[in-house]
Structures are given as structure tokens and as C-alpha cells.
Design a protein around this ligand. Structure first.
Ligand SMILES: *Cc1c(COP(=O)(O)O)cnc(C)c1O
Length: 380
């Protein structure tokens, strides 16, 4: 089966008991056993739940992996991965990871004994150098496109760097979604998702997931999922699964709208710089074209003028909402310095290239004319 068909049918087989075309939502914490120990594979919903299992099967198939574990948030999924490591194990992170991931690594897991080194740039050499600074490098943590700079890292090249050092390679695929990029096919071992974003797609649920290339690679994560218990509820799983059914359609429109928005911004006198991997002059364009089938729905840009202009821009947006998050059907605008990346120090932000006039757009699937008009008015 191809992608769009799998997104609609895997884990959505009609209910054998009633014929219901859409499988029922299993709101249950426990399962009645015929005799002690004799059951249908489900005992308790922290360990497993049919609605969750259906979502996990669908996500695994969309990422071309063997197995998936769903979590109550993207950060819970990230935590589960890091909890499989031991004190003094080393993690190499990209230079522009999601702010919450940086906080989790540096403020939680470093005090717990992990060693963390960040690559100084997006080139494979920068990752190799960071790995060399660790005593026991175990995990390479990539994010592409990155947030909010939309930098691209070469997953094939970095998977090779990881393999040569016996490191597991994880890609946070939240920004691209499996519709546009399949890291396991490019050589990664595990994929992380905040299903809160494009996969759920409707800004109505928080969730996360890990998909692994092999069932054996998921085993330690599955153990943490059950043991520490950051599982999603059945209703949340249902919502994410329903979102998946239109992922292909939505991503096509996100990509198309974002391209129009990026073009308009790049010709606008009040905009200095537009970061969009679809532009030929984006430093990661060639790599992006080689590993993604579309350039995604995110566009980041900088205003010519300072803080008052930023405030006035946000005040005058009407179709775009000023909000954190991304990947929903509705367009959102955010100011990384005071929102998603405010937990980083001003120095770290500066070092990461996140300026105070930087604005990040999650371009939704509304009529593009309305989006362009809204942005033009706010810029004026
Ligand atoms: C949102 C996000 C996360 C965290 O996911 P939550 O569902 O908010 O916990 C991780 N990585 C990326 C790239 C994200 O955008």
C-alpha cells in the first residue's frame, strides 16, 4: 500500500463485533479476563490499549518502521528515549534543536548524569567533532528542518557518522512529517514525533511517538513506556489517528501555501531575510531536495525594523493567530525570542542565530490569498 492509503486504512479495519466502519474508541482502563491470565492480549491500558495500538501500527507503517510507541506528548517521547541511556552515556545534539529538547537535555538529563555536546553547525564534521568530545557517545539527535531556523542536516551523511561510532541515530521528524521525509529510509534508527503538530493537524491534542526501524530497537522504549507510564489516553490517540487520514492532503496544501508566503516575504521591503528551504539560495536547499519530497509549511523571516515593528506586526495580524506550536490547519505566527525559545539564555539564542526581530510562521491550509493579504497588512 502507498502512503495515503495506509494513512486511511492501517489500524482502521472495521470492527468484527459490529461491522462499525470506524473502530470503536476503547475508553477502558482494564480488560475482563476469561480466567486469570487468559485474555485477548490486553490486560491494563498503561501497558496496552486497542485504540493506542491502532495508532501505533499506522504511524509505524507511515514511517516505514517496524514498531511504534505512542506517548502523552513529544517531550514524554523524548524523555523515554533518554531514559534508556545510563549515567555518563553521551548525546550529541544538533545546533538548532527544539527549545524544549535543549531544556530537557541540559537542565534535566545533564544533572542526572548524561553527557551532552551540541554540534556547532549543520555540517557532518561539526557532529563528528561533538561526538569526539564525549567519553561514551551513544546517541545522535537530529532535527531537520530545524526550529526556528529551518536549517537542514543531511540525514544520510549523519547516519553514517553515527554508525561509524556505534551510536543510535534519532531524527525528530516533527517539522517534515513522514509525508515529506522518511528518516528510517535515509538510515536513521529511530524517529521522534510531536504528534501535536502535523500528524494530529488540528491543534486539539498533545501527543508524541517514537517509531523504530526494528521491533528490537523499540523494545527498550516500550519498556519505559509501560514502566514510567507517560502514555496517551485513548481519546487523544483517536484524535491523532483521525488527523493522519488527511495528512497527505494537508501537507500538499501547507507546502503550496508556504511557498507563496515565502515568495511574497522575500520581495517585501520590510523584510530582511527569509529562511525557507525551498529557495535555491537556502544553504540546505540541495540536501533538502535530496531527502524531502516537499519543503514543508514553515517559513521564518526577520523584520528590517526593531521591537516596535515586531509588536505592531503581531497586533495587526487577523487571520494568523499569535501562538506557539505549528502544523495545524490554521496559520500561526510566533516570536521565538519571547515564546518558544525564551527558556534559552540571550547568549545561547544569539549563538544559535535567533534574533529579536525573527518571526516564525506555521502556514496553514486556509485560502492563500487571505494569508498573503493578512501578512501584507501587518507588515504595512
Ligand atoms: C513541539 C515539538 C516537540 C515537543 O512536543 P510536545 O508535543 O509539545 O511535547 C519536539 N520537537 C519539535 C520539533 C516540536 O516542534
Amino acid at each position: 500500500m502507498r502512503f495515503s492509503t495506509k494513512a486511511i486504512h492501517i489500524g482502521q479495519e472495521p470492527d468484527p463485533a459490529t461491522g462499525a466502519t470506524i473502530p470503536p474508541l476503547h475508553l477502558t482502563s482494564t480488560y475482563t479476563q476469561e480466567l486469570p491470565g487468559r485474555h485477548k492480549g490486553y490486560e491494563y491500558s498503561r501497558s496496552n490499549n486497542p485504540t493506542r495500538a491502532a495508532l501505533e501500527r499506522c504511524l509505524a507503517s507511515l514511517e516505514e518502521g517496524e514498531a511504534c510507541a505512542a506517548f502523552s506528548s513529544g517531550m514524554a517521547a523524548a524523555t523515554a528515549v533518554l531514559q534508556t541511556l545510563r549515567p555518563r552515556d553521551g548525546v550529541v545534539g544538533g545546533h538548532d534543536l527544539y527549545g524544549g529538547t535543549v531544556r530537557l537535555l541540559t537542565q534535566h538529563f545533564v544533572p542526572w548524569g548524561l553527557e551532552v555536546a551540541f554540534a556547532s553547525g549543520s555540517e557532518p564534521d561539526a557532529y563528528a567533532e561533538a561526538a569526539s568530545s564525549l567519553s561514551r557517545p551513544r546517541l545522535l539527535w537530529l532535527e531537520t528542518p530545524s526550529n526556528p531556523l529551518l536549517d537542514i542536516v543531511d540525514v544520510r551523511a549523519l547516519a553514517a557518522v553515527g554508525k561509524s561510532r556505534d551510536m543510535q541515530v534519532l531524527v525528530d521528524n516533527t517539522f517534515a512529517s513522514p509525508y515529506l521525509q522518511k528518516p528510517l529510509v535515509l538510515g536513521a534508527d529511530r524517529v521522534l514525533h510531536s504528534t501535536t503538530k502535523y500528524l494530529g493537524g488540528h491543534s486539539d491534542v498533545i501527543g508524541g511517538a517514537i517509531v523504530a526501524r526494528s521491533a528490537a530497537q523499540l523494545e527498550p522504549i516500550r519498556f519505559i513506556q509501560n514502566t514510567s507510564g507517560a502514555v496517551p489516553g485513548p481519546l487523544d490517540c483517536y484524535l491523532v489517528h483521525r488527523g493522519l487520514k488527511t495528512l497527505a492532503l494537508r501537507m500538499e496544501r501547507h507546502c503550496r501555501n508556504a511557498r507563496h508566503v515565502a515568495k511574497m516575504l522575500s520581495n517585501h521591503p520590510k523584510v530582511t531575510r527569509v529562511l525557507y528551504p525551498g529557495f535555491q539560495n537556502h544553504p540546505g536547499h540541495r540536501v533538502a531536495a535530496g531527502q524531502m519530497s516537499g519543503m514543508g509549511g514553515m517559513v521564518t523571516f526577520e523584520l528590517v525594523e526593531g521591537p516596535e515593528a515586531v509588536e505592531s506586526f503581531f497586533t495587526n495580524l487577523h487571520v494568523f493567530s499569535t501562538a506557539e506550536s505549528l502544523g495545524g490547519v490554521e496559520s500561526l505566527a510566533s516570536h521565538p525570542a519571547s515564546m518558544t525559545h525564551s527558556s534559552l539564555s540571550a547568549e545561547r539564542r544569539k549563538a544559535a542565530g535567533i534574533s529579536d526581530t525573527m518571526i516564525r510562521l506555521s502556514v496553514g491550509i486556509e485560502d492563500v490569498e487571505d494569508l498573503l493579504r493578512d501578512l501584507e497588512r501587518a507588515l504595512r
